[in-house]
Design a binder for this molecule. Structure first.
Ligand code: BT5
Length: 266
């Protein structure tokens, strides 16, 4: 089924305070994140949602690509103007992944887990990812676009070889097709709720929920940073959304960016 803005609006109506007042739907775009940013520049309100049926240049982090076939998955971006200081920028991604994971769990009853900072996993494979892009000027976040990709109805055959080892979909996990429109509506409603908590400085609620949903905390992790790799025990998330890890020599480090590879359960 195709996405229709009016249908999604009906499903979320009166249940949202900021997110989804404007929903723009496309058949095909290069990237919903790029469109979200353009719409904000054109004067669309904070909370504008962009959804596409297919992306031709879907983006991952650090210049990586997000495989975005037509008609199967969800590619959705939230274009917002957060009223929070830039030092809490990482929390925007954590807030988004908490919202998405909560919505997915409720709607599909699949035990989706979060891998720090932005991955959603089922059975150790990636089912979704988040790319947050933002424009910071001085002490203000002028604009942020949070792009979410969820593999919903891809079958094993739909998954290209390059990601077969690491990727899965909700359908593959549960052997069931899901409504992309319903899932989009659930994610928008949940995102609205958690985003309001972030704006109201209720950071503890977000971090606590993140820890509950996380498959990272309490695990040995290998972290690939731009200049080095470290192996450490992931212990917690701090107020700014950084991962607190304990190194093998007993010292602690706070990590705000990098790739986390889970090694083994402690
Ligand atoms: C992410 O990057 O996980 C962020 C993905 C964000 C995608 C959304 S879709 C809507 C919005 N518009 C965009 O253009 N982007 C956002 P990262 O952690 O860097 O992971 C990227 C890596 O995941 C790739 O290098 C592949 O190994 C793998 N990958 C690519 N496509 C995938 C897919 N569909 N499912 C699972 N893994 C995938």
């Amino acid at each position: 089924m195709e996405f229709k803005a009016e249908e999604i609006k009906k499903l979320i109506s009166s249940k949202v305070s900021e997110i989804g007042k404007e929903i723009v739907v496309y058949d095909e775009v290069e990237s919903t994140n790029s469109i979200g940013y353009e719409l904000l520049k054109q004067g669309y309100p904070s909370g504008t949602v962009v959804i596409a049926d297919r992306q031709t240049k879907g983006k991952g982090r650090l210049g990586r690509k997000w495989i975005s076939p037509q008609g199967k998955n969800l590619y959705i971006s939230f274009a917002v103007k957060p009223q929070i200081p830039p030092k809490y920028a990482t929390l925007i991604t954590l807030t988004s992944v908490v919202a998405c994971t909560t919505a997915l769990r409720r709607y599909t009853e699949i035990p989706v887990l979060i891998k720090w900072p932005n991955d959603m996993l089922v059975g150790h494979k990636k089912v979704g990812g988040i790319l947050t892009e933002m424009k910071i000027e001085g002490e203000k976040i002028k604009a942020a676009v949070i792009g979410i990709g969820i593999n919903i109805n891809m079958t094993e055959e739909d998954i290209p070889d390059e990601i077969k080892e690491i990727a899965t979909s909700l359908r593959i996990y549960k052997d069931e097709e899901f409504s992309r429109i319903m899932l989009a509506a659930e994610i928008i409603k949940e995102f609205d709720k958690w985003y309001q908590l972030l704006e109201k400085k209720n950071r503890k609620a977000i971090i606590d929920r993140w820890m509950e949903l996380s498959g990272t905390i309490g695990k040995q992790v290998k972290i690939v940073l731009t200049d080095r790799e470290i192996i450490a025990l992931a212990e917690a998330i701090d107020e700014e959304g950084r991962l607190i890890v304990k190194l093998e020599d007993g010292t602690y480090e706070k990590i705000s960016a990098g790739d986390v590879t889970l090694l083994r359960t402690k």
